[in-house]
Design a protein around this ligand. Structure first.
Ligand code: MG
Length: 379
């Protein structure tokens, strides 16, 4: 038929090999502490490499926040890839729906195992099509993505000094790690808010660390301040009770690990914004589905991951940059928290903002000498 493009031949690309590298990511600030005395000094990150018969290679990264934050741990990512990887050989990495259906059919749950593989396959799709992941995810909204800085739990004055320091570096969004002793947490919040300007945004993230009555008490003690409360308690029901009692802007994170609970929380008006983490949800494919649903519902999002280095930061940038600006609450640049660079091409913070790469795929080139030999090889 005239004017109709010739259908291109449907040439399959096949996954031939999946590898995992283990990298240690020490912190500039010696350690990172949050609720309940939990802390990490060196992050254990897994870099996932997917090879194809077309000569294209994709890269992903998964870095749990230690073994006690979400139901995930670093060695579990690698052993999960040994379990799941053989079932994925021969699949076309560009067919992300088919890939995710196979992963879900072969391994129940374990979203953090699937995340790095899915991320690497998005990288391949981008390289195969010559487009950045952010274009494939809907296109670039605005010029840059505004960042927040997570402030490790310390004494109130020390946290206020950190916030002032990071503010001077260009950040205007801050997430305080609270969820400790409620009286000290009230001091932490007050000390930090006092060094910020009215245009700066402050989140008190308890990371499930308060009991219900503690959370209500802290929230009431600081409700004269411009402040968001994030994930105060362990269960969804406790958080909902706190939300209804405090009347402050509210974010849910740890409880929102899939569509069912997201829709329930939306129906209950349990939150004003939601924290979406790529590995918590099982990769960029699943996170994009939830991101698009949140965008359709007008729900603002923090778009990030549990932790990571350059590759996770690149993935966050593509996810966030392809999200409508009015619904981007915050994101963060994890590669600036750690002392080791695992890839070139990742976003670098400029005055509190970052941009997704314009290069095909994720736009990163791993530093092979930093990754060292693979610790898992499938295929
Ligand atoms: Mg959080």
């Amino acid at each position: 038929m005239p004017g109709r493009a010739e259908a291109s031949s449907d040439t399959k690309m096949k996954i031939t090999r999946i590898l995992a590298h283990r990298v240690e990511l020490p912190l500039h600030e010696s350690n990172y502490k949050w609720s309940g005395g939990k802390s990490v000094s060196v992050f254990d990150s897994t870099v996932v490499r997917v090879d194809t018969d077309a000569g294209l290679t994709g890269w992903g990264e998964v870095c749990p926040l230690g073994p006690f934050y979400l139901p995930a741990y670093a060695e579990g990512v690698r052993s999960g890839i040994m379990e799941l990887g053989p079932r994925l050989l021969g699949l076309d990495p560009r067919e992300l729906g088919v890939l995710n259906a196979r992963m879900d059919a072969c391994l129940k749950g374990h979203p953090h195992v699937k995340s790095g593989i899915d991320m690497a396959c998005w990288d391949i799709l981008g390289k195969a099509s010559g487009l950045p992941v952010c274009t494939l995810m809907g296109g670039r909204h605005g010029d840059a993505v505004r960042l927040y800085r997570a402030i490790s739990q310390e004494e109130p004055d020390a946290m206020a000094r950190r916030v002032a320091q990071y503010r001077a570096e260009g950040y205007s969004r801050f997430q305080l790690k609270v969820g400790g002793d409620p009286d000290v947490d009230i001091e932490r919040i007050r000390a930090v808010r006092s060094v910020l300007r009215s245009t700066d945004r402050l989140v008190a993230d308890a990371n499930t660390g308060w009991t219900q009555h503690e959370a209500v008490r802290v929230a009431r003690a600081v409700r004269d301040l411009d402040l968001y409360i994030e994930q105060p308690c362990l269960t969804y029901e406790e958080c909902l009770a706190v939300r209804r009692a405090c009347g402050m802007p509210f974010i849910l994170d740890e409880n929102i690990d899939g569509l069912d609970v997201l829709l329930r929380a939306r129906a209950d008006l349990a939150m004003d914004a939601v924290n979406l983490k790529i590995s918590k949800l099982g990769g960029l494919t699943r996170t994009r589905q939830i991101r698009d649903l949140c965008a359709s519902m007008g729900l603002a999002m923090t778009l990030e991951d549990s932790w990571g280095g350059d590759i996770v930061t690149a993935a966050i940038a593509h996810l966030a940059h392809s999200t409508p600006e009015s619904l981007r609450f915050t994101s963060t640049d994890f590669n600036s928290y750690v002392t080791v660079s695992i890839a070139t091409g990742a976003p670098r913070r400029e005055e509190g903002f970052m941009r997704a790469s314009g290069d095909p795929g994720l736009g990163v080139e791993p530093r092979l000498e930093v990754l060292g030999p693979a610790v898992v090889t499938v295929g």
